[in-house]
Design a protein around this ligand. Structure first.
Ligand code: PTT
Ligand code: SF4
Length: 610
């Protein structure tokens, strides 16, 4: 095979065993890599209903056929497992040289099962894998862990690690790399912690087989040049995702006070231009000339790398408008290895619940020190932090008093940073996303703002599906950053050319769309298999706050979603996907996607429609 190495590394932490294993080339052609590989492996290998934090769960790090080949924006790595937060398929995507080193060591994916008796670090150096005692590392922050590992093994290693959040099984703990790249919102860090795996060190020195290496080199160089000619390139380098703060403020979509409002009075103090005033430099993922990580100085006299989502969820959503303080909280989250989006959500939920006097604890909007202490309590599972560490769905179930209405989550995953009081298509995108309420598959908001906020139209449904296929299916499986395409209009044709040069096979766009559909349906089947008879359409209805509590400020004052129309839109979306009214793939849909065995298995859990 070209493009793919054709090997997985299978690790059993219980038995201290790591074995290289060849996989069938048909897997690569059908599922591409990254998310596609992860979904297929988890579907095939996990026993339905297992506890996500038990040794039976499998943690997968999966690269794509372009990882490590120098292609623009290919320095990413997918991390996946059954999620302890949502109880179903979970994954994330982080920029790290670990993916490149993993491929150069000879593996397209590492599949980790079992549980080490005591904390370990997995060290993969080419074909040799060893288990290193991690007792001196347990308890360290993710930053210190990576620093010490680099002191031992050298600066060129690739590292993924967890912080205390993952060790303490916080349900939204992430995996961290390179001081500020984070992935696995749905608790992949907790799964790693449950296996007593503190970090993985990758070192690889092999060539990855490429069909047309000269062509790929030339195409890559041309791609980097093309990216630099794009009109938005210079501004992107200045602000990265941070300009979205001002844009969301203008368009009443900036989550404020736990998604109660779409505008924040201090937005100008925490947006892209405010950020430029405290910016020190740019950081980014490997193999990228867009380097969108904004490094800023924070209120703790250290540095933070800030992105839109982090700043909003630890800023306006919890009523904090001091960017340096927000940046300090962001760094704390990275050090502890907690997902900033879920973290902002659980804090916003705690404050709102406290202000409504549904709990005796006292929390307040916009209080830096109080919030900092609460974040530490969550990571170390102290006091009320222990409940919040379970995520907002579990916390609201325990608290009751109608708090589910303002527990901002869908399918158990906390909503990312776009308010949807006046954005039905964006709400649909969140509702139907493969891991819960995340924006990565269909950030349809900009399109919706341009073409009309009010309707629940067929056109909107089509747009969400188109984006989900391209971003959630193709980009996540190629394991390529989607930003050049979505933010700079770098054309999709580049990727089919890269794939052809790397693999030697024609992979036309329609074949990629077919693979994307297959992967997204397999993930949906995973959800249905896990939830069985308790799966209902209701699980994909956003929290009632967006339907019952209108915006009280800004140009869209009075706006809120309409429940009947949203439900109708959801049903039409299902029909277009070939799913029934419950959102369950029909037998015919699975057959069309060459997944008949998936249909057969699903029938053990639910009745399938034809
Ligand atoms: C992603 C989610 C996002 S989406 C952000 S900011 W964003 C948050 N980042 C966090 C962080 O930082 N620290 C932390 N402790 N928690 C964090 N949680 C949040 O995680 C990131 C970029 C960004 S910045 C985005 S949109 C794009 N995401 C991509 C994606 O998902 N797939 C893909 N093929 N390309 C992407 N390119 C962009 O990458 P999750 P990163 Mg991230 C500090 O992980 O689980 O997918 O959730 O990976 O290397 O940091 O790059 O406005
Ligand atoms: Fe990473 Fe940003 Fe480059 Fe994407 S654009 S690869 S997120 S640095």
């Amino acid at each position: 095979m070209f493009g793919w190495t054709g090997n997985f590394l299978r690790v059993d932490l219980t038995k201290n065993k790591a074995i290289a294993e060849k996989y069938d080339s048909r897997l690569a052609l059908s599922f591409i890599g990254g998310r596609g590989f992860a979904a297929k492996i988890l579907w095939d290998e996990l026993i339905p209903g297992i506890d996500p934090l038990s040794p039976e769960n499998k943690l997968i790090f999966a690269a794509g056929p372009l990882t490590g080949l120098g292609v623009p924006n290919s320095g990413k790595l997918v991390v996946a497992a059954k999620s302890p937060l949502t109880g179903s398929y979970g994954d994330g995507n982080l920029g790290t040289s670990a993916g490149i080193q993993m491929r150069q060591a000879g593996y397209d994916a590492v599949i980790i099962g079992g549980k080490a008796e005591t904390p370990v670090i997995l060290h993969v150096k080419n074909k040799v894998a060893e288990f290193v005692d991690a007792k001196d590392f347990w308890g360290l922050t993710s930053f210190d862990t990576e620093k010490h590992l680099k002191d031992i093994y050298g600066r060129s290693i690739g590292v993924v690690s967890i912080g205390p959040g993952g060790e303490n099984l916080v349900k939204f703990a992430v995996v961290i790399s390179q001081e500020g790249r984070a992935g696995g919102r749905a608790g992949m860090g907790a799964v790693m912690g449950s296996k007593n795996l503190k970090a993985i060190v990758f070192e690889g020195f092999n060539d990855i087989p490429v069909a047309y290496p000269d062509d790929l080199k030339e195409l890559s160089a041309a791609g980097y040049r093309e990216i630099m000619t794009k009109p938005s390139f210079a501004f992107w380098k200045r602000q990265g995702t941070m300009s979205t703060v001002e844009w969301c403020q203008e368009n009443s979509a900036l989550p404020t006070f736990n998604f109660s409002e779409g505008v924040f009075e201090k937005a100008d103090k925490m947006g892209g231009f405010a950020m430029e005033k405290i910016k020190i430099g740019n950081r980014g993922c490997p193999s990228c000339n867009m380097t969108c990580g904004n490094v800023v100085s924070n209120s703790n006299r250290s540095e933070s790398e800030v992105d839109y989502e982090n700043v909003v969820m630890l800023g306006s959503d919890i009523g904090l408008g001091n960017l340096k303080q927000v940046a300090a909280l962001n760094r704390l989250a990275d050090e502890l290895g907690l997902d900033t989006i879920s973290l902002g959500n659980v804090i916003g939920f705690a404050i709102e619940t406290s202000q409504k006097r549904r709990i005796p604890e006292k929390f307040h909007w916009g209080k830096y020190m109080e919030t900092r202490d609460l974040i530490n309590d969550i990571a170390y599972r102290r006091g009320f932090g222990d409940l919040l560490a379970e995520g907002v769905r579990a916390a609201s179930a325990k608290i009751g008093h109608g708090s589910a209405d303002w527990a901002m989550q869908i399918k158990g995953l906390e909503i990312s940073a776009y308010d949807c009081h006046a954005a039905p298509a964006m709400a649909l995108s969140y509702a139907t996303n493969s891991i819960g309420a995340h924006h990565k598959e269909a950030w349809v908001l900009a399109w919706e703002v341009k073409f009309g906020r009010k309707g629940y139209t067929e056109e909107k449904i089509n747009k969400v599906i188109e984006m989900q296929r391209i971003r959630g299916g193709i980009f996540e499986s190629m394991v390529i950053c989607r930003f050049p395409h979505i933010s700079l209009d770098f054309e999709l044709e580049w990727y089919t050319k890269y794939l052809q040069a790397a693999t030697g096979r024609e992979m036309p766009f329609n074949a990629l769309v077919y693979a994307a559909d297959k992967i997204l349906n397999l993930i949906r089947a995973f959800w249905i298999r896990e939830y069985g008879a308790s799966w209902t359409r209701q699980m994909e209805i956003p929290p009632m706050k967006w339907f019952k509590q209108p915006l009280t400020m800004g140009p869209l004052k009075g706006a809120m979603l309409d429940l009947v129309k949203f439900d109708g839109m959801l049903k039409k979306y299902y029909a277009k996907r070939g799913w029934d009214d419950r959102g369950i793939p029909k037998r015919s849909t699975l057959q069309k996607l060459s997944l008949p065995e998936v249909a057969k298995q699903l029938e053990q859990y639910v009745v399938l429609s034809d």
